[in-house]
Design a protein around this ligand. Structure first.
Ligand code: NDP
Length: 495
């Protein structure tokens, strides 16, 4: 097989003069700083973005504030839902174009960009659109004594918090972007979003489509640049909420900066070192297939994916042999080739981080397979499976965010729970067993925001998602997101 042909719309987009999308259009900028965007499969520069200037940031926040008080506030909840559904329709119509842009920047396989990134972005957007006319307060029954026959009526209003700063990582720029954009718009907020400097292109095109769908000018702006642009957004006095997804160290800095900026509220969706537990009765073929799909998807650069694997000692050698065999047959290659199952890492800095992880594994651990770079242009490494040297092995504690599973045998379920919880993180976890009773007893003992049984990594808009411990603050999706994007106003009336 060979690479798919790029759509003319994609080549035209790559060639365009870089600009930020503010107030419904690409705006001239005072910035002279261009940032190169590279294709991780080749290392070649494919486009440029502008590092937003102070004036660009000011303009984006001011236009978001204007739309928050004006056009978006004047749009009824029903009409917001209609616009967001139209936006989802346009994402669907332009899915191939967006998938190609995303694959070119991120190295994600084109199948994944189409079947997960774009397909799920549409699913999530339509889910959020459905909330538009259902965000309500409550009526209450006050207990204030009535001295002279007076009565009281009390109720709450859910009011949008204001302008949101959305800051997103490079692994699923469209889908994670849509989580923030849709949560903000459906609650009546407006948003300025900063994509990662590594994967900035698709979200610019998404902003054009939102505008075409009827999202008013200024309600959804994109400013590009490095983390410095993110810092400036967080510190801006007109930003009412920060919605951040990214690494733990950056997330902690973001949370502190938001607090320092007059207590700006922040939701932080951060990293993890997610455990999966294979119980003694596990259906091994199902678990091996599941690990290939769920731990090595997008080269393991998925926050929810498992990285620590605890396997009952009686099944360890069978597991290592079967998973090692399955990984050796994965087709590694260009992410634009539809037959490719495993592509490059997303950028040079991340490649270096993973190679450092491999160097330590090769020095200190039993490597079942992988732990090597692949000698070809771009940022390719082999899918990797290693045995941990006991519970304190640093490779079992540090997030790799790459195609690396670390396996440790265990003997008793008591020991298993201790091992699973022995981490500063708590984003996701999974238990693999056909013994429902055992699974149901384990679930409450596991410290994680999401626990799966016989699956891992899959997200659904109906289920709240977020971390415990150092994996974050707050929840996205379900109805939990409403709390994060609205203020509760209490009203009491005497009559
Ligand atoms: P980073 O934390 O490095 O960056 C995330 C975003 O923050 C990027 O847009 C980055 O810009 C920006 N940024 C960097 N420094 C600052 C700063 N000081 N203030 C404000 N913004 C800043 O994460 P990665 O992009 O490397 O993504 C990988 C990480 O994201 C992993 O740890 C992963 O686990 C986590 N993640 C968590 C998810 C979740 O839902 N819990 C989902 C997906 C990923 P720039 O890239 O331009 O530097």
């Amino acid at each position: 097989m060979s690479d798919i042909a790029l759509l003319p719309a994609v080549t035209e987009f790559l060639a365009r003069v870089p600009a930020n999308f503010i107030e419904g259009a690409y705006q001239p900028s005072t910035s002279t700083q261009r940032i190169a965007v590279r294709n991780p499969a080749t290392g070649q520069v494919i486009s440029h973005i502008l590092d937003a200037s102070d004036e660009d940031i000011e303009h984006a926040v001011a236009s978001a504030r204007k739309a928050f008080k004006g056009a978006w506030a004047d749009t009824s909840p029903y009409a917001r839902g209609v616009i967001l559904n139209r936006f989802a329709d346009l994402l669907e119509v332009h899915a191939e174009e967006l998938a190609q842009l995303e694959t070119l920047c991120s190295g994600k396989s084109i199948n994944l960009s189409r079947g997960l990134e774009m397909a799920q972005s549409v699913v999530f957007l339509r889910y959020f659109a459905g909330w538009a006319s259902k965000i309500n307060g409550q009526t209450m029954s006050p207990s204030i004594p009535s001295m002279g026959g007076e009565q009281y009526l009390a109720y709450t209003l859910r009011e949008p918090v204001g302008v949101v700063a959305g800051i997103v990582p490079w692994n699923f720029s469209v889908m994670i972007g849509i989580w923030k954009i849709a949560s903000a718009l459906v609650t009546g907020c407006t948003i300025v979003i900063k994509p990662s400097e590594f994967t900035p292109l698709a979200l610019l095109r998404v902003a054009e489509l939102a505008f075409e769908a009827g999202v008013p000018a200024g309600a959804f702006n994109v400013v590009n640049g490095t983390g410095q642009v993110g810092q400036q957004l967080i510190a801006h006095a007109a930003i009412s909420k920060v919605a951040f997804t990214g690494s733990v160290p950056t997330g902690i800095a973001v949370g502190k900066a938001a607090m320092a900026a007059d207590l700006t509220r922040a939701t932080l969706e951060l990293g993890g070192k997610n455990p999966a537990a294979l119980l003694a009765d596990v259906d091994m073929d199902q678990a091996v297939t599941g690990m290939v799909q769920m731990a090595y998807v997008h080269q393991g650069q998925v926050c929810a994916a498992p990285e620590r694997l605890y396997v009952h000692r009686s099944r360890v050698s069978e597991f290592l042999e079967k998973l090692g065999q399955a990984l050796s047959t994965l087709k590694i290659g260009s992410p634009l080739d539809e037959s490719t199952q495993f592509g490059p890492l997303a950028n040079q800095a991340h490649l270096e981080k993973i190679l450092d992880f491999f160097a330590r594994a090769n020095q200190n651990n039993t490597v079942i397979c992988g732990a090597k770079a692949i000698d070809r242009p771009g940022y390719f490494v082999e899918p990797t499976l290693i045995l941990a040297n006991g519970p304190d092995d640093p490779l079992l504690r540090e997030e790799a965010f790459g195609p690396v599973l670390c396996v440790l045998p265990y003997d008793t379920e008591e020991e298993l729970v201790t091992l699973m919880n022995d981490s500063p993180y708590g984003l996701t976890a999974s238990v693999w067993t056909n013994n429902l009773s055992k699974a149901l007893r384990l679930i409450p003992q596991i410290e994680a925001g999401t626990v799966w049984v016989n699956m891992h990594t899959f997200l659904d808009p109906a289920l709240p998602f977020g971390g415990v411990k150092a994996s974050g603050v707050g929840r996205e999706f379900g109805d939990a997101f409403i709390e994060a994007y609205t203020e509760l106003k209490s009203v009491m009336i005497r009559y």
